[in-house]
Design a protein around this ligand. Structure first.
Ligand code: ADP
Ligand code: MG
Length: 255
């Protein structure tokens, strides 16, 4: 028979592994993600040659009859299987430690397209009894849960949209991923970061700010030094005292 755990208060040493990054074009989203340890990029925008990290180009390819010759859904499935099976067998320095979905908006559209092409319809709503949407939601859920269960960092990247209130003239910014998809992804993320830039040309400054965090993280709990440095570069990630405390402890250690 199954044994229940003891009633006790656990003190987990939490650190973030699932990230959602959004920001305007050219604000440093891909750049930031590429500095995570051993990244593998699932690229959608066709300029993967420009990236610094190894990548897969994700897309649906039709044959001359309009049928799917390569389905993005199958491609994602195959990559996840390889990460589950082949990745752990590699020597440590050849093991991918981070997976970057750049950009998740496009992946959602491709999943939608693949389902439509397979069913021979134009839109998910053309599939009777809402079944198109059901299949879509479960495919997206499965993708996110599979990625989450890998022993890796997962980074979802989205673009930015701005809306200006006609009455007040106030502009607000948010991720371009539609809210209903964002809710699926975000429910599985530990940290939401927005990237932005000010200035132009030689005077550009890149900024990162934490928009949401699952819990209050402290530097001492982040085991990977590289990830820690990246997180320290995000405004609002740790309190100033926490960073000072951590850095002075480090100094003492190295003396
Ligand atoms: N923190 C940074 N420091 C220096 N250069 C940066 C930084 N972030 C981005 N860049 C540069 O800005 C350009 C756009 O960044 P990129 O990450 O491709 O933007 P995005 O993915 O948001 O569209 C790239 O040429 C990159 O090298
Ligand atoms: Mg980019």
């Amino acid at each position: 028979m199954l044994t229940l755990p003891k009633v006790e208060k656990l003190k987990p040493k939490s650190q973030p592994h699932n990230f959602f990054i959004w920001g305007e074009t050219m604000s440093g989203k891909s750049y930031f993600a590429s500095y995570f340890p051993n990244p593998l990029v699932l690229n959608t925008d066709g300029n993967s040659e420009q990236g610094q990290a190894p990548s897969f180009q994700i897309r649906n390819i039709r044959d001359k009859n309009g049928k799917l010759q390569q389905s993005a859904i199958k491609q994602l499935d195959d990559i996840i299987t390889a990460l589950q099976v082949e990745n752990p067998k590699r020597p440590a320095d050849q093991r991918f430690q981070t997976i970057v979905v750049d950009v998740i908006d496009d992946i959602c559209v491709m999943i939608e397209q693949a389902i439509c092409i397979d069913a021979g319809v134009q839109a998910l709503s053309d599939i009777p009894y809402g079944k198109g949407w059901t299949v879509f939601n479960s495919t997206l859920q499965q993708f996110v849960m599979d990625l989450k269960s890998l022993p890796m960092n997962v980074i979802y990247i989205s673009r930015e949209i701005s809306t200006t209130d006609e009455n007040t003239g106030i502009t607000t910014y948010k991720q371009s991923l539609k809210d209903k998809y964002y809710n699926v992804i975000n429910g599985n993320c530990d940290l939401v970061i927005r990237t932005s830039k000010v200035g132009a040309g030689q005077n550009i400054t890149y900024m990162r700010e934490v928009k949401a965090a699952r819990t209050k993280y402290i530097p001492e709990n982040i085991t990977n030094k590289r990830v820690l440095d990246l997180l320290i570069s995000c405004q609002g990630m740790f309190s100033d005292e926490a960073i000072k405390r951590y850095q002075s402890a480090k100094k003492k250690e190295s003396k």
